[in-house]
Structures are given as structure tokens and as C-alpha cells.
Write a protein that binds this ligand. Structure first.
Ligand SMILES: Cc1cc2nc3c(=O)[nH]c(=O)nc-3n(C[C@H](O)[C@H](O)[C@H](O)COP(=O)(O)O)c2cc1C
Length: 348
């Protein structure tokens, strides 16, 4: 067995390093967005100057329906990254998530790396984060409340990552008891709970189960972007599990199917997983997302072009989304969701 680091901090450090490369993308599976095109509307009367992206995010006003996905914390490098992400999110007035707070449960060594978010973004929505594997085995719900307090979270995100746990060296592929514990947690916390995948997608059936127990948001984090099977396979330095590199439900499929639950439940649908350009973000909205989110591309742009690069990227994306709205006759994101996409094969 090759040498593989075991501490959560070291693992986090390696995740960041691997995600700064292009090596951890899906190999042949895609998000599926490329199968759709927008329906051009020749008699549009949309006034570009009147389009507003102001959105309500669990009671707070944000300027763009965009979330910087949960990424890091629990390692010294994370403090600087979270500080910069917070500055960017604060400037854009958008929400930002912290990476898994599991390490914070063990000791206080890296508490500053998590606190860096709120310290630099006093009023935007901040999302706490912990995994389903930890929730399933939790003895005391107060621990999650403490994690939320550590970052002064507006929302608590629980990540479900069965594939990653399966392939991770010393992972915890055992979520038995999760749904029962989550149901208790949802009632216990006084902030909303969002459940997210990390790149393998959430099905309609899974989402329905989660919404039934009171979860307020589903972040589909579908397949086609970052492959967390890929990340762990590369960390393991062996081919074991490589048949799962491309495992998962494509982001477009998740949005189309989970979106149907809007008829039955009141929840926030977050579109993420491989959203790496404006066109894909626009298609995610058109397929039903209330808000879109990205992770790896944000980390990469931050690394290359700093806070200003991230701020410019999001501004540019939404400028392009405005143009899509104009060309499809959509005055708002809600109107963009209304029959503005066509599957490409129907053109011919
Ligand atoms: C460096 C890095 C670290 C991540 N760590 C976490 C984490 O701790 N908790 C979590 O819920 N998701 C984590 N994710 C997953 C992302 O939030 C996201 O769901 C996933 O990468 C898919 O989005 P993408 O294709 O835009 O990267 C991480 C992503 C990256 C790039």
C-alpha cells in the first residue's frame, strides 16, 4: 500500500492541491447541459437595464443568485483561501460556504481557518458544513449547533458523499442512522438545513425523502464537473475504484427531475456540479435552479487571478446571463425557467 496521509488536515491540503489541476474532472460523462439550447425569441421586448438579479436567500437579500460552494477549512492553507473567498463574496453580496467542519470537532487548532469567512464577510449568508457520516454517528446534536456558531452560519449544509467515503483511504462508507439523525437535527437547529452531494448528484427519490423530513434546500451537486471519486483515486495512487470515476447523475438530469418536486414542497433548489461558464449557469436556471453554485473553478480562478478575478468572473457570467434572458424574452430568472430550453435534437 503506498503512503497515504491520514489526518483530516493533510487530506484537505491534498484535496486543494488536486483541485487546482484539471486532472480531477469527469472523463467522459458530462453535465448534460450541452444537450440543450435556448429558444431564440425574435420579438423580445426585454429591457436589459431593467433586469435585476436581487434574490432572497433564506431571508437575506443577495445581489446574484449564486453561491460559492463549500470547499475548505481545517488546515492552515484554508484560512487564507476562506479569507479571500469571503472578501469576494462580500463584494458581490452573495453567499459562501465553508468546507467540512469535521476537523473542528476534533480540536481548536484550525478554528481560525473556518472563522475567516465570517470575519471578512460580516453580513452575507454563510453556510456551515458537516458530512452525513458524522451526522449518522452523532451522540449530541449540540455539536452541530457549535459548528454553526463557529462560523455564525445562516444555513447548515450537510454533505452526502457515499461514493467519496467508499473510495477515500480510511473513509466512512456507513451512513446507517443518517435519516433519523437528520430528522432530529432539522428540528433541533434554529437555522435551515440544506443537503448537498459533492458531484454524484441527488435523485428525485432521495430529494423527496429529504424534503419530507424538513430539509429546506437541495444542492444537487451533480456529475460532470469535479469527480470526487477521481480525487480519491489519485490520492490513493492506485487504480482501485477507477470504474467509479464517472459515477453519478448528471447535473442537468438532477435539476430536471428534482425540480418536479416544486409542485409538492417549498424548497430552494441549488444547481451545481460542473457549472463552469455562464451558458451552463443559465441552463441550470432554465432547468429549474433557484440559485447556481460552483466550487473548483472558483478555487482555480482565485489561485490564478485573486479576489478580483473571482469577482470579475461572476459579474461577467451574470452579464452574459442577462444577454441570454434578453434573447429568450425573459424579464426575470423565473421567466427564464418557463419553457426557454429545447433539446437540441428537436431542431432537426
Ligand atoms: C477543494 C474542494 C474542497 C471541497 N470540500 C468540500 C467539503 O468539505 N464539503 C462539501 O460539502 N463539499 C466540498 N467540495 C465539493 C464542492 O462543494 C462541490 O459540490 C463539488 O466540487 C462539485 O462542484 P464543482 O464541479 O463546481 O467543483 C469541495 C470542492 C473542492 C473543489
Amino acid at each position: 500500500m503506498p503512503e497515504i496521509s491520514e489526518s483530516i488536515s493533510q487530506r484537505k491540503k491534498e484535496h486543494i492541491a488536486l483541485c487546482l489541476t484539471g486532472e480531477v474532472s469527469f472523463k467522459s460523462k458530462t453535465t448534460g447541459f450541452e444537450n440543450y439550447d435556448f429558444k431564440h425569441y425574435a420579438i423580445t421586448e426585454v429591457d436589459l437595464r431593467k433586469i435585476s438579479f436581487n434574490t432572497d436567500f433564506f431571508g437575506k437579500k443577495i445581489n446574484y443568485p449564486f453561491l460559492i460552494s463549500c470547499m475548505t477549512g481545517g488546515v492552515s492553507e484554508a484560512e487564507n483561501i476562506n479569507m479571500q473567498l469571503a472578501v469576494a463574496a462580500n463584494e458581490l453580496n452573495i453567499p459562501v460556504g465553508v468546507g467540512s467542519q469535521r476537523q473542528a470537532l476534533e480540536n481548536k487548532t484550525y478554528h481560525q481557518s473556518y472563522k475567516a469567512l465570517r470575519k471578512n464577510a460580516p453580513s452575507i449568508p454563510v453556510l456551515g458544513n458537516i458530512g452525513a457520516a458524522q451526522i449518522a454517528k452523532l451522540k449530541n446534536l449540540d455539536q452541530v449547533r457549535l459548528l454553526a456558531e463557529l462560523v455564525n452560519a445562516d444555513v447548515m449544509v450537510i454533505h452526502v458523499n457515499p461514493l467519496q467515503e467508499l473510495l477515500q483511504y480510511k473513509g466512512q462508507p456507513d451512513f446507517s442512522g443518517f435519516i433519523k439523525a437528520l430528522e432530529k437535527l432539522v428540528r433541533f437547529l434554529d437555522i435551515p438545513v440544506v443537503v448537498k452531494e459533492v458531484g454524484a448528484g441527488i435523485s428525485k427519490k432521495a430529494a423527496s425523502r429529504l424534503l419530507n423530513i424538513g430539509v429546506k434546500g437541495i444542492d444537487v451537486a451533480g456529475a460532470g464537473g469535479t469527480s470526487w471519486a477521481g480525487v480519491e483515486i489519485l490520492r490513493n495512487k492506485s487504480d482501485k475504484g477507477s470504474e467509479f470515476w464517472d459515477w453519478g447523475l448528471p447535473t442537468s438530469y438532477c435539476l430536471r427531475t428534482v425540480g418536479k418536486l416544486k409542485n409538492k414542497f417549498d424548497f430552494m433548489l441549488i444547481g451545481s456540479g460542473g457549472i463552469n461558464n455562464a451558458a451552463d449557469a443559465a441552463k441550470a436556471f432554465a432547468l429549474g435552479a433557484d440559485i447556481t453554485a460552483s466550487a473548483r473553478i472558483i478555487l482555480q480562478v482565485l489561485d490564478k487571478s485573486g479576489v478580483e478575478g473571482v469577482v470579475q468572473l461572476i459579474k461577467d457570467w451574470f452579464e452574459t446571463i442577462k444577454h441570454v434572458m434578453y434573447l429568450t424574452g425573459s424579464n426575470s430568472i423565473e421567466e427564464l425557467k418557463d419553457g426557454k430550453l429545447i433539446r437540441k435534437e428537436k431542431f432537426f
